[in-house]
Write a protein that binds this ligand. Structure first.
Ligand SMILES: NC(=O)c1ccc[n+]([C@@H]2O[C@H](COP(=O)([O-])OP(=O)(O)OC[C@H]3O[C@@H](n4cnc5c(N)ncnc54)[C@H](OP(=O)(O)O)[C@@H]3O)[C@@H](O)[C@H]2O)c1
Length: 236
């Protein structure tokens, strides 16, 4: 059902986005991956092989997003998995920085709207947009108030956009702990401790969460929905 489809993956040079690209290629789609670091885009394209190409985009810049989409041929599905991790360490209280808090929204939130502003004309009317939230939206933890709001914002943006950009479908995936490059600095025993009380007692693999993105691309009667892919962490 994805055979011959063209899929643009914003954030596809690593982690979950790269896994979505791999999974889509396995179903004979073609993929365009995008992120801000040229060497990462090149390496990811090489690892993906035939059917994949890539281009740099800096999601903090509307100009960069506009020129990225101007260079694109029409496409069938848009996936957004881009995120920066460092900007979230911003808790409430005396250390709060409004500037940093606002900056945290550029890549994860505002860029979604900018991608639609500049990309929607090229997206098939029977196509889809799949966004990425995070489990903090449902299970807050200490020092992560901003991230909790941001993740919840993406889930609610999904519902609103499903109305606004109809008939294009818009859905979101909310991952739990997924063992991507982003966690490379964390020792294995810390990962194990974090996940051992989950019903599925281990970190998730990027290829496992990628299946939820593929589902939303194919599920032609599903819009405005969120899939939580967390090994049951929400209930642990
Ligand atoms: N992994 C998890 O456990 C987990 C859990 C919950 C939610 N999430 C969310 O899922 C998303 C993907 O996570 P991941 O683990 O796959 O992270 P990742 O491996 O770090 O991938 C993030 C991607 O975003 C791109 N990116 C970052 N800043 C960008 C910018 N300014 N412009 C364009 N691209 C940019 C990165 O490439 P460049 O560096 O080249 O720009 C990379 O391709 C993130 O939004 C994350 O918050 C992940």
């Amino acid at each position: 059902m994805l055979e011959g489809k063209r899929i643009v993956i914003i954030g596809g040079s690593s982690g979950i986005g790269l896994a979505v690209a791999r999974a889509a290629l396995n179903e004979d789609a073609s993929v365009v991956i995008a992120s801000s670091t040229e060497s990462k885009v090149r390496a990811a394209c090489e690892s993906l092989g035939t059917g994949a190409c890539g281009r740099c985009v800096d999601l903090r810049s509307e100009e960069s997003i506009a020129s990225f989409f101007a260079a694109q041929a029409p496409f069938d599905h848009l996936v957004h998995t881009a995120g920066e991790w460092t900007r979230y360490r911003n808790s409430a209280g005396k250390d709060f920085s409004l500037e940093q808090a606002q900056a945290a929204y550029h890549v994860r939130f505002w860029s979604i709207l900018l991608c639609l502003k500049h990309g929607l004309d090229k997206l098939a009317r029977d196509g889809s947009v799949t966004l990425t939230a995070g489990l903090l939206a449902h299970r807050p933890s200490k020092g992560q108030a901003l991230s909790t709001a941001l993740m919840g914002g993406v889930e609610h943006l999904t519902r609103g956009l499903a109305i606004d950009v109809s008939p294009v479908r818009v859905n979101a995936v909310t991952p739990g702990f997924i063992d991507t490059e982003a966690w490379a600095g964390m020792p294995d025993d810390a990962k194990e401790n974090l996940t051992k009380h989950q019903p599925v007692p281990r970190p998730g693999d990027p290829d496992e969460v990628a299946q939820a993105y593929l589902y939303f691309m194919k599920a032609r009667y599903t819009t405005g929905q969120t899939a939580i892919v967390d090994g049951g962490r929400l209930f642990a």
